[in-house]
Design a protein around this ligand. Structure first.
Ligand code: MEV
Length: 344
């Protein structure tokens, strides 16, 4: 059982192109961001072990002796693609979660407990371990929005820049180090409802909506081609193409019915600073991305961030292509992360 502090981080991620279309079998391009979420498991001399997930405000403590007494043989039989209700019940019992615990929180704790009991005891993860993590993250997605494509969990697990289509994943070989703004409009949205809305629109207007999905697929492919070219031989014109693709996709997503006034505002504000944005993920609020082209002066970036913040949005400047889920040594973390882990 655990004798030292265990630290795990996972990257933030965005879908560059292909959200919603990917649910209908089209290609999506997704990238891991250099913005990470952390988890810490810390044993104490009083026989307790603390779980801290500061990014979602969870702190939990277990008795090490109780965990040691556990019969974990049920974990060996569990195929991560189909965790049985019995397995989930058993984990709940072990976790000691209250009945009224929010579904996302309880899922985060359960998924963690499962991973800890089965693979976190190791100090390095193999490809098989990562596959298991990915499958469990997919199950989490299923609980949250029913019919996920699998792109979100895949990019958080594997990191980098991925092309994703119907469970088939390939990594972009040399993705360029694009700088972006990630903006959270803070407008709450429900992915399950938005995904269902697109499906209904497709059923209602197949002749209109199917070509939109095909066009989004073509945008993803064109973006993949340009990113490949940028990795080999970067040129300023490539950014103009990326900007056009962003604009076209944003219009398509609006036509699919997943836009929102806050996202329109985000696009207008960044446009006033000469920058191009689109929603990322489910839409209906949530987050948007803005491409920062090279040569942009830092004061201009700051002015754009300031303008977005004045709209009530949260805004981060970051780059794409970060590593996937990782284990860290306690000494390798910067002090801000340590503070966040301690500060709950
Ligand atoms: C949500 O982040 C992305 C969607 O395409 C849904 C999915 O792929 O499961 C809207």
């Amino acid at each position: 059982m655990l004798s030292e502090v265990l630290l795990v981080s996972a990257p933030g991620k965005v879908i560059l192109h292909g959200e919603h279309a990917v649910v209908h079998g089209k290609v999506a391009l997704a990238v891991a961001l250099n913005l990470r979420t952390f988890l810490r498991l810390q044993p104490h001399s009083n026989g307790k072990v603390d779980l801290s997930l500061p990014n979602i405000g969870i702190k939990w403590a277990w008795d090490v002796a109780r965990l040691q007494l556990l019969d974990t043989s049920f974990l060996e039989q569990g195929d991560a693609t189909t965790p049985t209700p019995e397995l989930v019940e058993k984990l709940k019992e072990v976790a000691g979660l209250p009945d009224d615990c929010a579904v996302t929180e309880s899922l985060a704790v359960l998924a963690f407990l499962y991973l800890y009991l089965s693979i976190c005891r190791k100090q390095r993860w193999t490809k098989e371990d990562l596959e298991l993590i990915n499958k469990w993250a997919f199950q989490g997605e299923r609980v949250i929005h029913g019919n996920p494509s699998g792109v979100d969990n895949a990019v958080s697990t594997w990191g980098g820049a991925l092309r994703y289509q119907q469970g088939k994943i390939s990594s972009l070989k040399r993705p360029p180090a694009l700088q972006i703004l990630l903006t959270n409009t803070k407008v709450p949205r429900n992915t399950r409802t938005l995904v269902a809305g697109v499906r209904n629109r497709l059923l209602k207007f197949p002749e209109i909506v199917a070509p939109l999905l095909t066009s989004i697929d073509a945008i993803s492919l064109e973006c993949e081609r340009v990113l490949g070219e940028m990795g080999e031989a970067p040129a300023p014109e490539q950014y103009l193409v990326l900007e056009e693709l962003i604009d076209m996709n944003q219009h398509h997503l609006n036509a699919l019915g997943v836009g929102h006034a806050s996202l329109d505002q985000l696009c207008q504000v960044t446009r006033a600073h000469g920058l191009h944005s689109k929603l990322t993920g489910a839409g209906g609020g949530g987050c948007g991305i803005t491409l920062l082209k090279p040569g942009l002066e830092q004061p201009e970036v700051e002015a754009t961030k300031q303008a977005l913040t004045s709209c009530g949005f949260d805004c981060w400047e970051t780059s794409i292509g970060a590593p996937g889920v990782s284990i860290h040594s306690a000494t390798s973390l910067d002090s801000r992360v340590q503070q966040a882990l301690d500060g709950l």
